[in-house]
Structures are given as C-alpha cells and as structure tokens.
Design a protein. Structure first.
Length: 320
C-alpha cells in the first residue's frame, strides 16, 4: 500500500515536468518564429529585436528551471522513499537484538539451567550487544559524515593482519560461521600507516557485508598488498549475490539498497557503504565495488595512500 502511494507521489511531478518542459520549448519556438516573420515585414525593428532577445533568454531560463525543478523533486522523493525503508530497517535492527536479549535474560532466570546452556546464552547476549553497538556506531558515524563534520585522523602504524583477523573472528562469531569461512591473506607483519579507528569501521562493514550477501556457503577472503606506487590495496572478496554494474557506484550513497529480492530478504540500512566511502575519502583513499554481475560475487577494493602520503594527509588536517 505504502509502495503504491510512493510510486504515485513520484509519478505526478515527473509527468508535470515532462509535460511542461516540451510546452515551454514549443511556446519559445512558435513565438520566435512569429516575431521573426513580423520582423521581415517591418522597417523599424530595434524594439522587436530587443523583445526577441529578452523573450528568448527568459524562455531558456524558464525551461532550465523547470528541468532542474523536476530533477530535484524526483531526487527528493527518492530520498524520502529510501528514508522510509531506512526507518523500517532501523526498527528491525533495534528490535530483534532487544527481543533476543529479553528471551535470553528470561531463560537465564531459570534456576535449573545447565552450565553449558548458561554459557551459550551469555555468548548470544554478547553477540546481540555487539550487533546493537556496531549498528549505533554506524548511524552516529553516518549522521556526522552527512553533516560534513570533520572526522579526526590520527595515523599510526597498524599491523594489518592482526586487525583484520580480529575483525574476521568477530564477524564469524556473531554470525556463527566455521573457522575457514572468513580468511585473511596478507604477508605476516604487513603494516599500514593510517587511522586505526576509521580502518576498523571500514573493514568491519566490508567483511560484514561480504558475509551477509553470500549464499549459504560463506567463503570470504580479506587480502592486502602494496601496488607499484606503494599504496595499500585492501580487497574483501566474496562469492555471493554480486552487484549489477548499474548499481556499482550508487551503493555508496546514503540509504541506498539495491532493489532486488536477494537484497530485500537480508536486513540492512543502506548506511554501511556510505560510511565506508566517506571514511576512506577522509583518509585520502578510494573505494570501488567490483563484480562481474549478479550471482558472480563481489570484490570491494579500498586503496589507501602510501605511508608517506598518509602522514602528510594527517599533517594537513592538523594544520587546517
Ligand atoms: P546495507 O545495510 O543494505 O547492507 P550498505 O550501505 O552496507 O547497506 O550496502 C548498500 C547496498 O550495497 C546493499 O543494500 C547491497 O544492495 C549492496 N551490497 C553491499 N555489499 C555487497 C556485497 N558484498 N555483495 C552484494 N551486494 C552488496
């Protein structure tokens, strides 16, 4: 019902724009031809020429304003639609761990509970609290980044393998996955000079997505290497549902979720990649979604500046 209302609300301004723009252009052309015809039969034409020029400029401006108006209106309506589905997702993301926590607490109150079950419930509760807290981090981070708040960069030398392994283990535990399902493949001791807090959020989001958008058998690899310019190239590779090339850059927009049944059946807010992209840009890097198409898996590639450049990006921010 809500979907139908949304479709109706977006079609009205588009139809209005589509009708009014050609009308304005037809009026402009007709009116120009009329004046031009009059000009050829008159001797004192200075005033008419001026009228012609001013009229033509006004019509061009009107047509441009109409096109812009239709474009912005359609964009705003799409944004409102995305926010609607964001609110649905937020409600789910908040309610389901809370419901699970409540159930665990009620079960824990039973005096006859075996120690093993008690421990299992405790782990479940920890997982739910982690999920809630990382969700709240994403929402807060996205709101700061959307308001163009400066996100402080404090660079240090990070042991990539240790950080990525911790994140992979966290995601595996939370989603109850076997050991080899999320692996880190980088030279032992591979180090990156960057902001640890930002890189942690970026990796957590990418690994979490790679698992979430995988099929029943999860096979995710986190890779890192240096390219010929000494930049750090980090890739999170999955063999999941893939991304249609048409959505490749849009997935980094705020609240954007691909409208497909495979994506809809997995819960999400459309904030993760927006946060990733903003944080990576803030570090002086770039992120790209690479996929050969639907069903063919996805590689998320983050390129971070060389250690030398990373230090100078951080210095610029300190002096700004
Ligand atoms: P969400 O909370 O929906 O996962 P994100 O901002 O993290 O939000 O991702 C935006 C959209 O990009 C997702 O809704 C999904 O359509 C697509 N996407 C992200 N990561 C992947 C992936 N690894 N494989 C396939 N699609 C992905």
């Amino acid at each position: 019902m809500a979907r139908r209302r949304n479709l109706r609300s977006i079609s009205t301004p588009i139809v209005l724009g589509a009708v009014s723009v050609p009308l304005a252009i037809a009026l402009l052309v007709g009116w120009t031809l009329l004046i031009a015809e009059n000009l050829s039969t008159r001797t004192d034409i200075a005033l008419d020429v001026w009228l012609l020029v001013i009229g033509a400029i006004s019509f061009v401006v009107i047509a441009a304003v109409l096109v812009l108006f239709s474009y912005y209106l359609a964009r705003e309506i799409l944004e409102v639609r995305r926010q609607d589905s964001f609110i649905d997702s937020v409600t789910h993301e908040l309610k389901s761990p809370l419901a699970s926590l409540r159930l665990c607490l009620e079960t824990l109150a039973r005096p006859d509970l075996p120690a093993g079950t008690r421990e299992h419930l405790r782990e479940m509760m920890l997982g739910d609290v982690d999920r809630l807290s990382s969700f709240i981090d994403d929402v807060l981070q996205a709101s700061r980044l959307a308001n163009l708040d400066q996100v402080g960069v404090s660079v240090s030398e990070i042991d990539f393998v240790t950080l990525a392994t911790e994140i992979a283990e966290g995601v595996r535990m939370r989603r109850k996955l076997p050991e080899r399902s999320v692996r880190v493949e980088a030279e032992p001791g591979f180090r990156i000079v960057t902001d640890e807090a930002s890189l942690t959020i970026v990796l957590r989001n990418l690994v979490d997505n790679a698992v979430k958008y995988s099929g029943p058998t999860v096979d995710v690899v986190v890779r890192a290497r240096r390219d010929d310019k000494q930049r750090a190239v980090i890739e999170v590779v999955d063999h999941g549902i893939g991304i249609d090339p048409a959505h490749r850059s849009a997935v980094f927009q705020r609240f954007y979720r691909v409208q497909s049944p495979e994506v809809r059946e997995r819960k999400g807010t459309g904030l993760g990649l927006f946060v990733v992209s903003a944080l990576v840009k803030n570090l002086g890097g770039a992120v790209d979604a690479i996929s050969e198409g639907l069903g063919k898996g996805t590689t998320m590639r983050v390129v971070l500046p060389s250690d030398q450049e990373a230090k100078s990006v951080a210095n610029e921010e300190v002096h700004a």
